[in-house]
Design a protein around this ligand. Structure first.
Ligand code: ATP
Ligand code: MG
Length: 560
């Protein structure tokens, strides 16, 4: 497969191994499947991909890449009532963005409807499937409980001829929706519910996004999935733990049809603190307009993370490091942010932006002078070069960077105190102007012309370096700050009470002019403020993540 898109810079070989990787290595060594590795990522196109899917994508495509195999993208589209092409398109875009490629191997389970139908006939002819007239409620009733075996359907012993005739007529549309099913004849006393004559086909008149109205019978997931894997020659069918009890059925179908048998292997779902990873709930957030769409930067969707300013590299590194296991756990959201910061630190352009502006006037600076100060774009990356930032008599600094009565340990600007304006000059506060309410609305300073660039020739030190923008040159922008979508400890099934009304905060900010016309998704570090990303809406910047994990510090203080 073409793997250039994911660079070796992430040092795949240095990553921890895990039990699925070990199985694959064993299989290659034993020459199983002729040493081939062929996986697939099988999303149902009934919603947008989220960060949990990223784990599965990285695992499936990652294993194929590492062992010179292939990974297919397959849409599991057996449920026409919930599936849409909008979802198909978004999934394609998101998997690509994550850095993976399936060459010409993009498939749909619906591509196999004819073959699946033919195999159903084969099972009927072998006496292993029958048409059942019980309705959904009766099927449930007959299924039994974990303690008691189920009851056999009164239609279980229909003749092969009758079954063939009825199934053909089901397909021809002679019977109403839900009136009959095709069931597998396995064992109503099996301790595994999935083996108690599972339904293979249901009657459903719904237009399918690919096959239109060609079919009014649709295969169930369990019947379609293993066969689709088999058709594609999949070697390792990797899925999440809830399918463990389905594996005997998966194996039963391929064995009884006598077709290539992929090996199903289950792993733990990703769960993240303070995050909901259920398509149903994410869909509700969109439908009920709690968020602006699937790509709202608060959403844990891949497109939401993208718009927020996450990088595919950070998500891949996170997925590679969280491990793969046989028990479901809970991963701290902070870990994802940790890998994100590591990556953004390397690539984000440094700029100065003031989120809560306070006016500063440098009284001894010439009225009309504008100096263009050299500023480094990224100290972590020499190739990022430098830019100039205009300096003038009237500037803005952060409100929080000035205190009239500074507490101990506060080293930023205050009356009589000298500080460094980054890339500018050393300035000393000489006084303030207050409004009628007694609030400081303007700070006056003098500058030392001998300190251009921020260093004093006499070597004197200042304790604080602050960011600033020139009032006449700064751009007015909107910054959006985000918090978690849900309030802690609330039941996320009740969106109205669990939704965090402060999850989005908008601020009118002043930003240095170099960001003018920034293309959407351009990544910045607003110095001392955080990582930000240009939104698709011009003049809007989304806060991707704070600079440091201040949350962890607060937590430590309150618990120690
Ligand atoms: P949801 O529960 O959100 O509806 P799903 O499992 O029904 O998710 P699919 O589209 O069927 O969604 O998932 C495609 C693949 O992604 C499956 O192989 C599934 O196991 C995997 N997957 C889904 N959610 C997670 C998760 N949280 N962690 C890891 N893998 C996941
Ligand atoms: Mg699913």
């Amino acid at each position: 497969m073409s793997s250039e898109s994911v660079s070796n810079a992430e040092n795949e070989s240095a990553r921890p191994s895990h039990f699925i990787r070990d199985i694959v290595i064993q299989d290659i060594q034993n020459g199983k499947n002729g040493g081939r590795v062929h996986t697939r990522f099988p999303p149902e196109p009934n919603g947008y991909l989220h960060i949990g899917h990223a784990k599965s994508i990285c695992l499936n495509f990652g294993l194929a890449q590492e062992f010179g195999g292939k990974c297919n993208l397959r849409f599991d589209d057996t449920n026409p009532s919930k599936e849409e092409t909008e979802y198909v398109d978004s999934i394609i875009e998101d998997v690509r963005w994550l850095g993976f490629d399936w060459d010409d191997r993009m498939f749909y389970a619906s591509d196999y409807f004819d073959q699946l139908y033919a195999w159903a006939i084969q099972l009927i002819k072998a006496g292993k499937a029958y048409v059942c007239d019980l309705n959904a409620e009766q099927v449930r009733e007959y299924r039994g409980t974990p303690q008691e075996p189920g009851k056999e359907s009164p239609y279980r012993n229909r003749s092969v001829e009758e079954n063939l005739d009825l199934f053909e007529r089901m397909r021809a549309g002679e019977f109403p929706d839900g009136s009959r099913t095709l069931r597998t004849k396995i064992d109503m006393a099996s301790p595994n519910f999935n083996m108690r004559d599972p339904v293979m086909y249901r009657i459903l008149r719904a237009e399918h996004h690919r096959t239109g109205n060609k079919w009014c019978v649709y295969p169930m997931y369990d019947y379609a999935h293993g066969e689709s894997d088999s058709i594609e020659g999949i070697t390792h069918s990797i899925c999440t733990l809830e399918f463990e009890d389905h594996r005997p059925l998966y194996d039963w179908y391929v064995e009884n049809l006598g077709i290539h048998a992929p090996q199903q292997i289950e792993f733990d779902r990703l769960n993240l603190t303070n995050t909901v990873l259920s398509k149903r709930k994410l869909l509700a957030l969109v439908r009920e307009k709690y968020v602006s769409g699937w790509d709202d930067p608060r959403m844990p969707t891949i497109c939401g993370f993208r718009r927020r300013g996450y990088t595919p590299e950070a998500i891949r590194t996170f997925c590679a490091n969280i491990g793969v296991s046989k028990t479901n756990g809970l991963i701290e959201f902070g870990l994802l942010e940790h890998y994100l910061r590591e990556d953004l630190n390397k690539r984000a352009l440094r700029v100065m932006a003031v989120l809560d502006p306070l006016k500063v006037v440098i009284d001894n600076y010439p009225d009309d002078l504008v100096e263009h100060m050299d500023a480094v774009n990224n100290p972590e990356d020499e190739t990022a070069g430098s830019r100039t930032v205009p300096f003038s008599k009237v500037l803005y600094i952060e409100k929080d960077d000035f205190r009239e009565d500074p507490p101990k340990q506060y080293f930023r600007l205050s009356p009589g105190r000298e500080v460094r304006l980054r890339y500018g000059y050393l300035v000393t506060c000489t006084g303030v102007v207050k409004n009628d309410a007694g609030e400081v609305v303007e700070v006056h300073c003098t500058y030392d012309p001998a300190t251009r660039g921020g260093n004093a020739p006499d070597g004197r030190k200042v304790k604080s370096t602050m960011h600033w923008v020139s009032a006449a040159h700064a751009l007015d922008c909107e910054v959006r700050l985000y918090d978690t979508l849900f309030l802690e400890g609330k039941d996320t099934d009740d969106l109205a009470s669990a939704f965090n009304p402060n999850s989005l905060q908008k601020k009118a900010a002043k930003i240095e002019p170099s960001v003018k016309g920034a293309a959407p998704l351009t990544k910045y570090q607003f110095e001392r403020v955080g990582y930000f990303c240009a939104d698709k809406e011009p003049g809007v910047f989304n806060r991707t993540v704070a600079l440091r994990d201040t949350w962890a510090k607060v937590e430590k203080k309150t618990t120690s």
